[in-house]
Design a protein around this ligand. Sequence first.
Ligand SMILES: [Zn+2]
Length: 157
Amino acid sequence: MDFGVLSGGLGSIKAATELVSMFRDSLKAGTIKPDEIAGRFADLYDYLLNAKDALIQSRDEIQALKAQLDDRQKTDIIESQLEFDGIAYRRNHPDGTKTGPYCPSCWPLDRKLLPLSKLPGDMVDQYKCSSHGSFIYEKTNKPSPFINTRGRSYYKP
Ligand SMILES: [Zn+2]
């Protein structure tokens, strides 16, 4: 977070309050000339505008940081619910249900939980990730061989 922006805004508010205080004292003492009043208001307006800009910028930055934090927390929750069965990820939900299988590459690499779709086949079980292509493994559910039919390597946790 850019604290310089926030400090600048606070400085503008401080300058504005000092200006108002001086202005009030001058009015009470009758030492301010009528043609100076417009100039003081213009200065006050500038200070308030600077403070407003700094607050808007700070608010936007806080919102962006909050969104990042929310994403991180969601990722941590999902991570704590995942289980790798030697072939793919399965997710254990708090209500006791399980979902999956999910791609063994998409989660470790991109933090994306992409469901694998099972393709028809008699000799082998074949799953497909929409991002990484097809994965084949033997019906015996042995963790290997694990072949990516697009010839791309896959991440094995
Ligand atoms: Zn994938």
